[in-house]
Design a protein. Structure first.
Length: 867
């Protein structure tokens, strides 16, 4: 038996790790059960740790407990496994390297361009240059670099590393990530380290209204190149006031959301000198994967009814645009990027653009924008985001690819007098470098397309932060992340990604315990602060660490997240009770009601069911009290697991109280009479009804679904629960009919309408790349294919066939290895093949109820009963 997929803190051979005593994990192959393991670790060839043979099946989160490690230490480690027969396997190797762990490791100085930024002025990209004379005998070289802004580094003209839009997105006042690169092979002779610095999240436009200068006005750079020689010497090359600088390079304007203005004929002169800057925060390791450029698409060319030329990349993505074509000196090519064509077949950006003042704005404008009254703002308005690139070409070949902006798009409107050939253009998807974990296919190609659309919406929104959409807002909305977490984890390994984001959430939590509705901070947008504790959104503080714990079996993350979770729970408790006592005088458990503060309700049900968000008289006590129960129940379980008995008792009291208060409020007679699906799904999904009440609500839900012709009537919060509660009610027939329904509103109506990503609104207005309704895919993995992780090295596989689906197949690369379930309907009934990874067991339940416990390997089952 041998170890595979060796990981250090969820990362494959991390360079620049910030965790001093990292935990090691692996999967196994070539045997049934691991009976023992041995890890041996060395640093510079000398042994620093040897566990000896440890009699244990454990394969995740084995903490490094060797000699203390420090900055820059590189540890090579091997793991050897013994199988069920006690046979020793071969040692398999991996490594990790620590980054700069202490503030004093940084000898570099923070520098800026040589200018003082003024209000209402945008500046070109800065260029910095440091000569590098590395000489011979290099043992290793590392570039440690970060910026308040976005940096792009080159050595000898070659781009350093794969990371895009580095250093990534955090609340820069509190946390700044740096990256470490192995540049050993890039040095030779007389080189230069050249670094471009753009606005990015730091001072470019961000959020729904494209606010600028949210974190500061002056972009800054910090870079340290360390060259170690075979003879033990070290040369350290840093940014300081001798660093050459100019801002006369090709990128005249760069903004994450608005785009780029580039004159490819220019090259930076480096005529000036950098200025020393007031230091930024001490940079920390992200311990995460970086955003990278991945799939490329070449378009077809359309001519719209008005004669406009539009490139159709045929897939809605978030990323860069590029072209390489022969051009004349000074010829201009402008590309505007959008997600869709309007009903007349013309290019449009109207589905995601808002307006904002041309001038930098403050609180008053922000308020007017928030209440959707931009016309009351004094002064000129402009559209936001612009999503465009404007390139001035050279004589000969112009080669352009976006660097400092990222767009949500499928179409590009081309404005130029040049001849264009679509083969010269490309769209490049940019997203965090997450390992794919899940695959699903079945006999219904529309469902398969829904799966791919959801995966694309995930790719379009997992860029260092889980965002809502890559166009209008591009913000880390807590609710969206919470709703999608399990689906995301089915598609890709999001452990390191969410650990990073949970740090952002911790950064954002205020003393009262609440968190803002978007994390990291994105300006002073009151909207995000005021809706921070909206149920379903703020609860991300509890639900994501909880689900992370269950999925990845990571108790340390749970413990580290506990202050965040607990304080959020206390915030809820502090705000429990009626807004208006008299209105709830008859409710004996009124103190466990939840309704204070701003709530968003179910959010984005189909239009006919939706509450008017501007109607102040709408009460969200139903949604909010339900979530008080749900969140408190999770907290009580976590407190119990962590041995926090007092907290557990308090949370359990509120969980029970909220349940009683909810019953009194929502179904005093044990019934809910509504056709609004969300109102019926919620009590079932969040555990608010039992016994006969439950049966009545289930029945009413089925009625409501039938009355709505099996279309989807839920919004953000209940959509992920809709099919699971029908399944639990024994009505998978109804669940499948909803899933497979192609009449709008439904998942497949979007697919039939040509969607290539998941839409925000069922109606297809607004953003077309919002993953949250795609959370239905979780049901494909855990119910249709029937794969669930039920504990450490344990799975349940219980496929549920139904609808028109005659075969389905899924695999999931779990923390314990890849598990698969493939079934088909046969003449004889039903046939299932499961694959269970080494050193795990699976509990298989067949549609006829037969149960089998199986060990690692491939197992086939057949039954006569299909459903
Ligand atoms: C965002 C969401 C978010 C919601 C909450 C929207 O504008 O795009 O996905 O969760 O606001 O208010």
């Amino acid at each position: 038996m041998r170890a595979t997929r060796l990981r250090t803190e969820y990362l494959d051979r991390p360079l620049g790790l910030g965790i001093r005593m990292p935990r090691l994990s692996w999967n196994a192959e070539g045997g049934i059960a691991q009976t023992a393991y041995r890890i041996v670790a060395t640093r510079d060839g000398a042994e620093v740790w040897d566990t000896g043979r440890v009699e244990s099946p454990r394969m995740t989160h084995v903490r490094y407990e060797g000699e203390p490690l420090g900055s820059r230490d590189r540890v090579e480690w091997t793991v050897t496994l013994w199988d069920e027969r006690g046979t020793e396997g071969e040692a398999v190797a991996s490594w990790f390297e620590l980054g700069l762990l202490e503030a004093h490791d940084w000898q570099a100085h923070w520098v800026t361009g040589d200018y003082t930024p003024k209000k209402n002025v945008r500046y070109p990209v800065d260029h910095f240059r440091i000569p590098v004379d590395a000489g011979d005998g290099i043992r290793r070289a590392r570039l440690y670099i970060t910026a308040l802004g976005l940096y792009e580094a080159r050595i000898g003209g070659v781009r350093v590393g794969e990371a895009r839009l580095a250093p990534g997105s955090t609340d820069y006042a509190k946390r700044l990530q740096y990256q470490a690169y192995d540049v050993t092979g890039m040095l030779g002779g007389h080189d230069a380290l050249e670094i471009a610095l753009a606005d990015g999240w730091y001072r470019g436009s961000i959020g729904c209204f494209g606010q600028t200068n949210v974190f500061g006005r002056q972009t800054k750079l910090l870079a340290q190149l360390e060259i170690d020689y075979a003879d033990g010497g070290r040369q350290v090359i840093v940014t300081d006031d001798t660093t050459a600088w100019s801002n006369d390079g090709p990128v005249r304007f760069a903004d994450l959301k608005d785009g780029e203005v580039v004159d490819v004929r220019l090259t930076p002169s480096y005529r000036g000198r950098a200025r020393l800057a007031f230091p930024g925060p001490v940079p920390v390791a992200s311990d995460n994967v970086v955003p990278v450029a991945r799939e490329e698409f070449t378009p077809t060319l359309l001519t719209t009814p008005s004669g406009a030329r539009v490139l159709d990349f045929e897939q809605n993505i978030a990323g860069f645009v590029g072209f390489r074509m022969s051009t004349r000196d000074g010829q201009r090519i402008r590309l505007r990027l959008g997600e869709t064509l309007d009903p007349a077949g013309e290019f449009t950006q109207a589905n995601f653009q808002k307006s904002k003042p041309v001038k930098e704005f403050g609180r008053v404008s922000e308020f007017l924008l928030m209440i959707d009254k931009p016309d009351l703002i004094r002064g000129e308005l402009q559209a936001t985001p612009l999503q465009q690139v404007d390139v001035t070409c050279r004589e000969g070949i112009t080669d352009y690819t976006t660097e400092f902006a990222v767009f949500g798009f499928r179409y590009a409107l081309v404005e130029t007098d040049a001849e264009i050939d679509p083969a010269d253009f490309r769209a490049i998807a940019v997203y965090s470098d997450l390992e794919q974990t899940g695959e699903f296919t079945c006999s219904n190609p529309l469902i398969d397309r829904l799966v791919e659309n959801t995966r694309w919406s995930m790719k379009g929104n997992f860029l260092d932060v889980p965002t809502d959409c890559p166009t209008r807002e591009r913000l880390g909305w807590t609710g969206d992340a919470q709703i999608f977490f399990d689906t995301a984890a089915s598609f890709m390994d999001v452990a390191a990604f969410f650990r990073k984001w949970l740090r952002d959430v911790q950064d954002a939590q205020v003393a009262s315990g609440r968190i803002p509705a978007v994390v990291p901070l994105n300006g002073v947008d009151m909207m995000y602060t005021s809706t921070g504790a909206a149920v379903g959104w703020g609860d991300a503080a509890v639900l994501i660490p909880y689900r992370f714990w269950k999925r990845y079996g990571d108790e340390e993350l749970l413990r580290d997240s506990y202050p965040l979770m607990r304080d959020y729970g206390r915030y809820m408790i502090d705000h429990a009770g009626p807004k208006n006592r008299r209105a709830h005088a008859g409710n004996p458990d009124a103190r466990y009601l939840y309704e204070k503060g701003m709530h968003l309700g179910e959010w984005l049900e189909p239009e006919e069911f939706r509450d008017d968000p501007r109607d102040r008289s709408v009460s969200y006590a139903e949604e909010a009290t339900a979530y008080l129960h749900y969140t408190m129940r999770h907290l009580a379980e976590v407190a119990s697991a962590l041995g926090e008995a007092e907290d557990e008792a308090l949370f359990a009291e509120y969980a029970a109280g909220a349940k009683r208060a909810y019953r009194h409020l929502v179904l005093p007679d044990g019934e809910i009479d509504t056709d609004r699906q969300a109102k019926l799904v919620r009590p079932l999904a969040l555990g608010l009804v039992d016994g006969d009440d439950r049966l009545r609500v289930e029945e009413r839900l089925v009625q409501a679904v039938e009355a709505y012709r099996h279309r989807v009537g839920t919004g953000f919060l209940s959509t992920p629960f809709l099919l699971p509660v029908l399944t639990e009610a024994g009505r998978t027939d109804v669940a499948y009919r909803m899933l497979e329904n192609t009449e709008s509103p439904s998942w497949l109506a979007e697919v039939v309408a040509g969607a290539t990503t998941v839409w925000e609104h069922w109606e297809g207005t607004e953003s077309l790349n919002h993953y949250s309704p795609g959370a239905v895919c979780q049901w494909l993995f855990d119910t249709v294919a029937g794969i669930r992780v039920t504990g450490e090295r344990r799975f349940a596989i219980a496929p549920v066939p139904g609808g028109s689906v005659t075969h389905a197949s899924a695999s999931y690369l779990s923390p314990y290895g890849s598990v698969a379930s493939r079934w088909e309907l046969t003449d004889a009934g039903f046939a299932l093949t499961v694959e269970v990874p080494a050193n795990t067991t699976a509990f298989v339940t067949l549609p006829d109820g037969a149960e089998h416990e199986v060990a690692a390997g491939r197992h086939a089952f057949a039954t006569e009963v299909a459903r």
